[in-house]
Ligand binder design. Structure first.
Ligand SMILES: [Zn+2]
Length: 404
């Protein structure tokens, strides 16, 4: 079954709620939605059996990078197994493939143009042309896949940025000409920090026969105050009825900004990066957007996240260990079963279970954040929610400074 997407409510105060149906998922995925970041198809520290502990169906869309598979099984072997769903035994999940580079801006050369895009892979930097890429996609059979993009950081020249748009549109045509049978194609939109190039690229991609749009080139050094206008330059020329996915926006404020602009799907490594650093998300999911209990400031300064590697969780001032969960009202597997003291202990003895428990909590918490945002859009109070949320985080930072 091909993908289906319906916009259920577009809020005049920003954002829209939709339903994304993928053949493999038992229920439609409500958008705006977070794609779970994975390495080779599975979240970094969560085993497949624990995936079911995450909220359903919010957690049923996984992001993969086809480039991660270059060091392992050949694409033809994955194809013989039956594709990624079959290989990973994730039959009821949606898989979205995005081949995002770790961004090394290569010098312009005739050779590079002839060879096509080159990407950083586990096997080193490799040249992968649209034909190679489409063959990989055809073998992996994701539900959704973005076409190849020549993403460049914000500091490249105007000429290089223009070339990146030209190449990305040409590679889109090359991918479509190969007539891939697998999945729904999302046309890649780039253009760096230049409004005209962003608009030009979006207009060109909107003319093509694609099922949705993938927006790249954000989080690569563009000025934060220019982001709303850059997003508008793209979204204003894309048709409303097709879904829009973005990479590079991950912080709560960035998610809210993207949703306000009309983004439906977010591919982000924010949860992974937090988990790797030992942090647990603790910001409030209050529907009204009231984020912080300032009385708590005396005990704990950062009220948006805590560092579970900190000694304070192994020995409290009253000589008793912190026996409470990360969040008392959180319903995730970790908070229902384990304490901060235990997770801190796991970190101290270098047990990977620490990251597993932390990734479960952080993923659950961020998925619930998306759920609260969707409710705010449905109720027509997204703008107020966004303002309150951002303002309370700003006030919190000032309060934190006062406490220091
Ligand atoms: Zn939790």
């Amino acid at each position: 079954m091909q993908m289906k997407f319906v916009v259920k409510k577009a809020c005049c105060s920003g954002g829209r709620v939709g339903a994304l149906e993928l053949g493999s998922c038992p229920k439609p995925i409500e958008t705006p939605a977070l794609l779970l970041s994975t390495r080779k198809g599975l979240p970094h520290f969560i085993a497949p059996d624990l995936l079911t502990s995450l909220p359903f169906p919010d957690s049923h869309l996984l992001q993969i990078s086809p480039l991660h598979f270059l060091e392992g099984l050949a694409s033809t072997t994955i194809s013989k197994i039956g594709g990624l769903h079959q290989m990973l035994s994730l039959h009821q999940y949606g898989i979205a493939a995005v081949a995002r580079d770790s961004i090394q801006c290569l010098p312009e050369s005739k050779g590079a143009t002839k060879l096509g895009p080159s990407f950083e892979t586990p096997c080193g930097r490799l040249s992968i042309n649209p034909k190679d890429y489409v063959e990989m996609i055809s073998c992996m059979r994701p539900n959704i896949w973005a076409t190849l993009a020549d993403e460049v950081p914000a500091w490249v020249s105007e000429k290089r940025n223009k070339t990146s748009v030209d190449r990305t549109v040409r590679w889109l045509d090359d991918c479509l000409a190969l007539n891939p049978a697998a999945g729904s194609v999302f046309g890649a939109v780039v253009g760096g920090p230049n409004f005209d190039e962003r608009k030009r690229c979006a207009l060109e991609v909107a003319k093509r026969n694609v099922s949705g749009y993938w927006i790249g080139g954000f989080g690569l050094g563009e000025r934060i105050e220019e982001r709303p206008a850059l997003l508008s330059a793209i979204i204003d020329v894309l048709p409303d009825e097709k879904p829009r996915m973005i990479s590079g926006l991950g912080l709560p404020e960035e998610i809210l900004e993207g949703i306000d602009a009309g983004i439906d799907l977010f591919d982000s490594t924010y949860v992974y990066c937090l988990t790797l650093g030992g942090f647990a998300l603790t910001f409030s999911l209050d529907k009204g957007g009231n984020q912080y209990d300032f009385q708590r400031c005396q005990v704990q300064r950062d009220l948006t996240k805590i560092n579970l590697r900190a000694k304070v969780y192994s020995k409290m001032s009253n000589n008793s260990k912190d026996m409470s969960p990360i969040l008392g009202n959180c319903t995730c597997y970790t908070c229902r079963n384990h304490t901060k003291a235990y997770i801190n202990h796991l970190f101290n003895v270098h047990e990977m279970l620490a990251q597993t428990l932390l990734e479960i909590h952080n993923t659950h918490h961020y998925l619930m954040f998306f759920r609260v945002i969707r409710e705010a859009i449905k109720d027509g109070r997204f703008k107020k929610f966004r303002m309150t949320f951002i303002e309370s985080r700003r006030v919190h930072q000032e309060t934190e400074a006062d406490c220091a």
